[in-house]
Design a protein around this ligand. Structure first.
Ligand SMILES: [Zn+2]
Length: 497
């Protein structure tokens, strides 16, 4: 029976690979079969040198078979299992049970960290197999609860462990409680902008996608950055999910409790945002999973790019196709868009006059309407600060991130409790019919809504959005019902342009 297991990555999932070796007489040669990519084929040289420097000389014609044969294998993480397989065969070592090995080998036998270690650890836990992994990958592996994992530094160390039972240190569990939650800038670093700050607090509480409209230099980017700091910290499971994506790109990424924040510019390619490419990698929308995806200058984005975002925003995951099949990456993000109010940027500004013609404005507003705008619950204007605000008479600018985060977390708790019967976490996820049924709209609220619906000519969709946002505003206030003032406030974010 074959006992040495490797893994290869398919999206964020690690797949088990059996490493089989055959050694026959004759001139020395190594061949690797079983759909290896270039990096696996290059393992030959590293494995041979590392084994030699660890006291194992290879002889004869060697065939390494990676099974199942029809699954493509990628990455240098197969160096270690191939080397261990060959050493076991050459030295007649017996393993008493199957085990997974991951690691890239340096020529001198040191073991280097690999991408995808956390995915391998999740697989090892599921299969109840021990995992031998590079010591540098321990922070990621230690995040997976109840995994049996050993940290190794050199090939020699692992061979003496397998041969003579010299114990190896176990990967210690990683403590996330001590990780920082503070984000730069802090909520209290933002001067003025009371309405925008309030809109973002509501967005954070109900996980509502939001559009900020404002002149250049009004601070939209700073607001978006600070939003990350008022979102509830990631749960253990979310940290893991997040790191599984990041771990595909980076071998020494550290766990982080803070939701990710990723900025995308309109010059970005579809592959960089959605994922894919020849060296299949997750895109920005997946790297922002469980956090904020910020699209600045949204009206400048190409139509096809905006169109490509629609499905992943709706599904919370994105399917990327390539010749050998498809992979799925997660993509549950809080979408924040920023745009100028008009082509020249000064429409509605208190000082600068707008130089756009009515037809310019019309064309511009059409660019803002579109597939992704259907997913935006809140719109808010961000105006430039007045001279008084800029001078900043007081050094403090309201509540700190941690204070607002507490309120947001409480509102999330209320939503989770209300929607637990359907498995939804936030007001933004609940189907509209269900939301209306459990809205608990007060009679005053209903009256206000009826009056306003007429005055503002709200569409059915617009009305749904107002109700959703009003529900979140009430959750922030700790209110079981939805009051008239919550409805009024929600109407203020329905968008003017
Ligand atoms: Zn203008």
């Amino acid at each position: 029976m074959n006992l040495v297991k490797a893994v290869t990555l398919r999206g964020v999932q690690a797949k088990e690979v059996d490493v089989e070796v055959e050694i026959a007489g004759g001139l020395f040669s190594i061949s690797i079969v079983g759909l290896p990519d270039a990096s696996v084929r290059e393992a030959k040289e590293r494995v041979r040198a590392a084994l030699k420097n660890s006291g194992v000389s290879l002889r004869g014609r060697i065939a390494v078979n990676l099974a199942p044969a029809d699954m493509p294998k990628e990455g240098s993480m197969m160096d270690l299992p191939i080397a261990v397989s060959l050493a076991i065969r050459s030295r007649s070592i017996t393993l008493d049970r199957p085990a997974i090995f991951i690691g890239e080998l340096a020529l001198d036998g040191r073991i280097r960290p690999v991408r995808g270690a956390i995915s391998a650890a999740v697989l090892a836990k599921e299969q109840r197999l021990p995992l031998y992994a590079p010591v540098e990958n321990s922070p990621q592996i230690g995040l997976v609860p109840e995994v049996e994992a050993y940290q190794v530094e050199t090939l020699g160390q692992i061979l003496s462990h397998l041969e003579s039972g010299i114990p190896l240190p176990q990967v210690p569990p990683y403590k996330v409680e001590d990780l920082p939650l503070s984000v730069d800038p802090d909520w209290s670093d933002i001067r003025g902008q009371a309405m925008a700050k309030r809109a973002l607090e509501i967005a954070a509480a109900g996980h509502h996608n939001v559009l900020m409209v404002g002149a250049p230099g009004s601070g939209k980017t700073m607001l978006a950055r600070a939003l990350r700091g008022i979102l509830p910290p990631l749960s253990d499971g979310e940290i893991l999910e997040n790191l599984m994506v990041k771990g595909l790109l980076d071998s020494d990424d550290r766990p982080d409790r803070r939701p990710p924040f990723r900025v995308v510019h309109h010059t970005a390619s579809t592959v960089s945002i959605c994922g894919g490419g020849t060296a299949l990698r997750p895109g920005e929308i997946s790297l922002a999973h469980r956090g904020v995806l910020f699209l600045d200058e949204f009206t400048e984005f190409r139509r096809d790019l905006v169109e490509a975002l629609r499905q992943p925003l709706e599904d919370g995951s994105i399917v990327v196709s390539r010749s050998s099949g498809t992979v799925t990456y997660p993509s549950r993000v809080l979408l924040v868009l920023a745009a100028n109010p008009c082509p020249c940027g000064w429409w509605g500004d208190a000082v600068e006059p707008c130089r756009c013609s009515p037809s310019d404005l019309e064309r511009y507003r059409r660019r803002l309407a579109g597939p992704v705008m259907d997913r935006i619950d809140l719109q808010v204007s961000v105006s430039r600060l007045s001279p008084e605000e800029l001078v900043g008479l007081s050094s403090s600018h309201g509540e700190s991130s941690s204070k607002v985060r507490e309120r947001v977390s409480m509102a999330r708790e209320r939503q989770r409790a209300r929607w637990s019967f359907g498995g939804w976490g936030c007001n933004s996820e609940v189907p509209e019919k269900t939301l209306r049924k459990h809205l608990n709209l007060s009679s005053e609220g209903k009256k206000t809504l009826l009056q306003m619906a007429e005055g503002f000519r709200l569409s059915a969709r617009g009305m749904g959005r107002v109700l959703r946002v009003a529900r979140t505003i009430s959750d922030l206030a700790g209110d079981d019902g939805v009051s008239s003032s919550a409805v009024m406030e929600a109407l203020a974010y329905r968008g003017e342009i």
